[in-house]
Design a protein around this ligand. Structure first.
Ligand SMILES: [Zn+2]
Length: 229
């Protein structure tokens, strides 16, 4: 008796089996092959689960975490993008917090960069229980705000290594989760990747448990951005 392989059973379960072969395979099952029946049943239930999953949209937070674990490549990024000079306009660590104020985001860092016609708003919130952090950002064109900022490739790099990457939504907003490390740079690719904004990020770390104070461990100071501009 000739049996069928898993690829053929997968095709049958997905309803894409080669014409004629599907009928022969069903006959084979009807003839009572135990081995193939098991494989066919497995493929069928797998296809059912996959089909069910495809109908449900994965929550944003799950997608973000998955991307942080396995960052994909942004295919159409050219090798050399023109770096738009960046200027740091606001740094929450350089501004004393108003007396008595303990706004929730004060545990993190907020900055505003300006690069050409674009503004880049960045907020980093460290995870209090791990060395990970969440970055929430928005890129906008402050000269012509009507310029569409949807689907802009954004990535976080440590040297040449891409730590995390995503794309902006239709408001130019994006979120990334990553492992905190030194010398992180946020790269935003504009005009199909021909121009980019590279903004150095601060690393945020707890000084000591119970000290109740966030310490700025300078991977590279955002002040560097001014030197580059
Ligand atoms: Zn068989």
């Amino acid at each position: 008796m000739t049996h069928y392989g898993i690829m053929q059973w997968v095709d049958l379960a997905r309803d894409v089996a080669v014409e004629g072969e599907g009928a022969a395979m069903r006959e084979h099952l009807a003839a009572g092959c135990v081995e193939c029946s098991r494989l066919a049943a497995f493929c069928e239930s797998l296809a059912r689960v996959c089909h069910g999953m495809a109908l449900r949209e994965a929550p944003d937070a799950v997608v973000r975490r998955a991307r942080a674990i396995c960052p994909g490549r942004i295919a159409e990024r050219p090798k050399r993008a023109f770096r738009i000079p960046v200027e740091l306009i606001f740094d929450s660590f350089l501004v004393p917090a108003p007396a008595g104020l303990r706004a929730s985001w004060q545990v993190g860092w907020q900055a505003l960069y300006r690069a050409g016609n674009c503004s880049l708003d960045v907020r980093i919130e460290p995870d209090l229980r791990s060395s990970r952090a969440a970055l929430i950002g928005q890129v906008s064109n402050h000269v012509t705000p009507e310029v569409e900022m949807a689907g802009v490739p954004v990535c976080l790099r440590s040297g040449k290594q891409v730590v995390a990457e995503t794309r902006s939504n239709r408001f130019g907003e994006f979120q990334l989760e990553y492992e905190q490390q030194r010398k992180l740079q946020l790269c935003v690719y504009l005009d199909g990747g021909s121009r980019c904004i590279v903004a150095p990020l601060r690393k945020i770390a707890v000084e000591k448990p119970g000290a109740g104070k966030w310490d700025v461990a300078n991977g590279n100071s955002p002040k560097d951005a001014e030197k580059n501009s």
